[in-house]
Design a protein around this ligand. Structure first.
Ligand SMILES: CC(C)(COP(=O)(O)OP(=O)(O)OC[C@H]1O[C@@H](n2cnc3c(N)ncnc32)[C@H](O)[C@@H]1OP(=O)(O)O)[C@@H](O)C(=O)NCCC(=O)NCCS
Length: 83
């Protein structure tokens, strides 16, 4: 019943802020491929899919992907242009 009231987003933001405070440059997480609610939350907080391990888990009679998502916590310098 607590879902959909902003708790998940507040927790993600708190984790990001704490990681920044500790000096982290990046943050990553793992989420089951079919967890649409969690993936939407992470995407809306700036996380992007960085990798997928297909059918990594067998859960409830079905194979499920393991998705890695990540985001940078600092402003990134543009990549140097090579000629
Ligand atoms: C996923 C979970 C953490 C989201 O927490 P929450 O407190 O319900 O989410 P919030 O109210 O902060 O919503 C934040 C965003 O999440 C997404 N979201 C949340 N519930 C959703 C749903 N049922 N369907 C689609 N997107 C959803 C939306 O993008 C939402 O933003 P919006 O309200 O502006 O549309 C919660 O559903 C949960 O605890 N799930 C079970 C455990 C779990 O899956 N944990 C994550 C493991 S990786």
């Amino acid at each position: 019943t607590a879902r959909g009231a902003g708790v998940g987003r507040a927790l993600v933001r708190a984790a990001v802020e704490e990681a920044r405070r500790l000096g982290a440059r990046r943050i990553t997480l793992r989420v089951l491929g079919h967890n649409t609610a969690a993936r939407k939350l992470y995407e809306s907080e700036g996380f992007v899919v960085e990798g997928v391990q297909p059918e990594e888990f067998y859960l409830g009679g079905a194979y499920v992907d393991d998705v890695t998502m990540g985001r940078f916590l600092t402003e990134r310098e543009p990549s140097p242009v090579t000629t």
